[in-house]
Design a protein around this ligand. Structure first.
Ligand SMILES: CC(C)(COP(=O)(O)OP(=O)(O)OC[C@H]1O[C@@H](n2cnc3c(N)ncnc32)[C@H](O)[C@@H]1OP(=O)(O)O)[C@@H](O)C(=O)NCCC(=O)NCCS
Length: 241
């Protein structure tokens, strides 16, 4: 089996993994990445700096978050990373403590404010229905060169097994590109989340990133404990449970 799933080696894998992530989210181009990463530069040096910042940040988040579980799929013939996934395995309510991401990767101007508001809105639908232990899929990607060969499915199958083992629900926020993968795994779409950061005092940096990001729609998707979601029959998650 040339495409092998394993746990990420946090000591060595982040640079290659992040490179693979960048290539994956750029094909097709998904504009919301402008929120999560430093601005694209003009030349190769700027590109390397952007990559390095993201790679270091991923390593730092991972080291400081006990819920973080990174995986990779490697092409064992070439040693190349074909894809990656970041799970958050929450044994308790992930929203018990107020938390927000400090957007250190953007300059301290309107672009950072825009990104912080974007990330606040990103969390809202899940915070309404997901205040419970869960397996959350935060990031998943497959290099364009390895698509439709079951790489992402390996991650999904692992995550569903893990959720079943723990007896917990699963949540994720799907982009339109990712949605067919989750539908193929019987995840239910429970909320559309159209993210629209707004301010009464946009500076030039806010206007610029706003035009780069455009309108972003995520779909909050959910898998009940042990799966077997049946539309119209399975009770959806909510605050009244
Ligand atoms: C979404 C993504 C991770 C899928 O990766 P992949 O390794 O190609 O997916 P798999 O081969 O494991 O697909 C498993 C199943 O999901 C469904 N699926 C995956 N990609 C699909 C697509 N583009 N169109 C329709 N169905 C798709 C199919 O049912 C597929 O099974 P099949 O190939 O036997 O029909 C990949 O396209 C990607 O990295 N996209 C860019 C990053 C991204 O948007 N990530 C998701 C953010 S929510």
């Amino acid at each position: 089996m040339p495409l092998e799933l394993s746990k990420l080696d946090a000591e060595v894998d982040f640079p290659a993994l992040t490179k693979c992530l960048f290539e994956s989210y750029d094909n097709p181009l998904q504009n919301f990445v402008n929120v999560y990463f430093a601005p694209r530069g003009e030349d190769e040096t700027a590109h390397e700096e952007r990559l390095k910042e993201a790679s270091n940040r991923f390593a730092d988040w991972h080291a400081n978050d006990p819920s973080s579980y990174w995986q990779k799929v490697v092409d064992t013939e070439t040693g190349e990373i074909a894809g990656g996934a970041l799970w958050n395995i929450h044994l308790d309510n992930p929203f018990a403590q107020p938390h927000s991401l400090e957007v250190t990767w953007l300059p301290d101007d309107g672009s950072r404010k825009f990104a912080e508001e974007f990330l606040r809105q990103y969390d809202i639908p899940r915070a309404l229905v997901g205040q419970k232990p869960q397996v959350y899929l935060f990031i998943i990607f497959t290099s364009p060169a390895y698509r439709r060969r079951g790489v992402a499915q390996q991650f999904m199958s692992w995550g569903m097994n893990k959720a079943d083992e723990l007896g917990v629900e699963m949540f994720l926020d799907a982009t339109p590109v990712g949605k067919p993968l989750y539908e193929a795994n019987q995840f239910a779409c429970i909320k559309e989340n159209i993210i629209i950061p707004e301010t009464e005092t946009p500076d030039e940096a806010w206007k610029k990133i706003d035009s780069q990001v455009g309108t972003v729609t995520f779909h909050l998707m959910w898998r009940p404990i042990h799966g077997n979601y049946v539309e119209g029959k399975t009770m959806l998650p909510g605050n009244n449970e």
